[in-house]
Design a protein around this ligand. Structure first.
Ligand code: SAH
Length: 399
């Protein structure tokens, strides 16, 4: 252990790390320190006093993560076993819930290891590796999983640059091979998922509470427009909640068959709903021209998206997106505004909402607010980790 490299923390950041900040960035450590993917090193202050033990792994957010604040704690298989046991213990109620078979088992820095997430899909595990560095711990991590959880098989996604290559067979790791689509349940709703099709699994697990609330309280007897609809997960939740009709709009060709599939696995007649492959911004113009309005309008754009005619950046363009939604929302209707953009927090998101309504001259009321659900565990010392913001906004009629 004496050979372990030490890395001096820039003095202005020492307090932050001592308070539990987990992310290593270029600014926080000495520039000339050795940086090898997967290398474990000590973070120290000017007097060579131990602060934390971290690993080096370059990803979009930073260059590594703290693994422990305990100088005695070694990073080995037993370390991963302890982390997994603690995390799985906290998901006990989800394991017991027979109506939900898809959830997050391990959420990166929230569960103590940045750059690593593990999802549970009806007995299969899906590991997301966010850097070459964390991937280099694959062996002890797989062994630790074997020790801590019963599973049918393991799949993986390497979400880091591999020289531009994506190798498909790479998705399967060990155990039983899944038959895809795998049908999972979420609060009784079925979703078809694929663990072997690259980044596209088919359902974003962090919206579970949002989908349930939408289904149980806001869609009965309503018309629903779901924009940036992907596989139509919100549309399915709305249809099961009693929506008279849902309209799903997404630019990607695949969204048509993927949405048909999600409706079908729930025994819903997809032909009674509209599934439109089109640029959302086009669709808004079309709807205004045809004087269409919807009782519920769902907005869930990516943080950044480029289509032929539009570039959308959530941090800048969300107010304008909201204004277009307000124009086609029925009086007393509901807008579900969602963003997973980590660059701004709820306060700023609400300022965007306020700006859009003020500029439109319409009053509103916020009726529901969501951030990440419990299984997407976050830590107070890393606020940016809580990237999800969802606000249900009631458009008010002026009487
Ligand atoms: N709301 C979805 C997730 C959205 S993912 C869900 O809950 O499952 C973002 C989606 O936006 C992608 O499917 C992408 O194809 C789509 N998209 C990006 N830009 C778009 C645009 N300009 N018009 C329509 N869809 C767009």
């Amino acid at each position: 252990m004496n050979k372990e490299n030490s890395c001096l923390v820039a003095s202005s950041f020492i307090k932050k790390y001592k308070a539990g900040y987990p992310l290593i960035t270029d600014e926080t450590i000495q520039a000339n320190s050795l940086r090898e993917e997967g290398m474990v090193f000590r973070l120290v202050d000017e007097s060579n006093e131990f602060i934390a033990r971290a690993y080096y792994g370059k990803q979009n957010k930073g260059i590594g993560w703290v693994l422990t604040y305990d100088e005695q704690e070694v990073i080995d298989e037993a370390y991963f076993i302890r982390k997994f046991q603690a995390a799985f213990q906290q998901r006990k109620s989800l394991f017991r819930d027979l109506e939900t078979t898809a959830f997050r088992l391990f959420h990166a820095e929230g569960d103590g290891i940045g750059g690593l997430t593990i999802d549970y899909f009806a007995g299969f595990l899906l590991i997301n590796w966010y850097s070459q560095g964390i991937y280099s711990f694959k062996k002890p991590i797989l062994k630790a999983l074997e020790e801590t959880i019963e599973y049918r098989g393991i799949y993986q996604k390497k979400r880091f640059d591999q020289g531009g290559k994506y190798v498909e067979e790479d998705d399967y790791v060990v155990g039983e091979r899944g038959a895809f689509p795998l049908i999972v349940k979420e609060n009784g709703v079925q979703y078809a998922v694929y663990l072997n099709e690259g980044a596209m699994v088919g359902v974003f697990l962090d919206q579970r509470d949002v989908r349930r609330t939408l289904r149980d309280h806001y869609t009965d007897g309503k018309t629903v427009l779901n924009t940036f609809s992907y596989t139509g997960a919100f549309s399915v939740a709305a249809a099961l909640g009693g929506a008279t009709k849902t309209t799903s709009v997404d630019l990607a060709n695949r969204s048509l068959r993927k949405t048909i599939e999600q409706f079908s696995v729930n025994g819903l007649d997809y032909e009674a709903h509209d599934i439109i492959v089109e640029d959302v911004f086009h669709y808004f113009k079309y709807a205004v021209k045809k004087e269409l309005t919807f009782d519920v309008v769902i907005l869930d754009p990516p943080s950044f998206a480029r289509s032929k005619k539009h570039t959308f950046r959530a941090g800048k363009d969300y107010p304008s997106l909201l204004k277009q939604a307000i124009a086609i929302t029925a009086d007393d209707g509901l807008i579900v505004a969602s963003t997973n953009c980590a660059q701004f927090q709820m306060k700023r998101f609400k300022a965007f909402i306020d700006q859009a309504f003020k500029e439109t001259g319409v009053t509103y009321q916020i009726v529901e607010e969501f951030s990440l659900p419990q299984d997407f565990k976050t830590t107070k010392s890393f606020k940016d980790g809580n990237y999800l913001k969802v606000v249900f906004i009631r458009k008010q009629t002026l009487k």
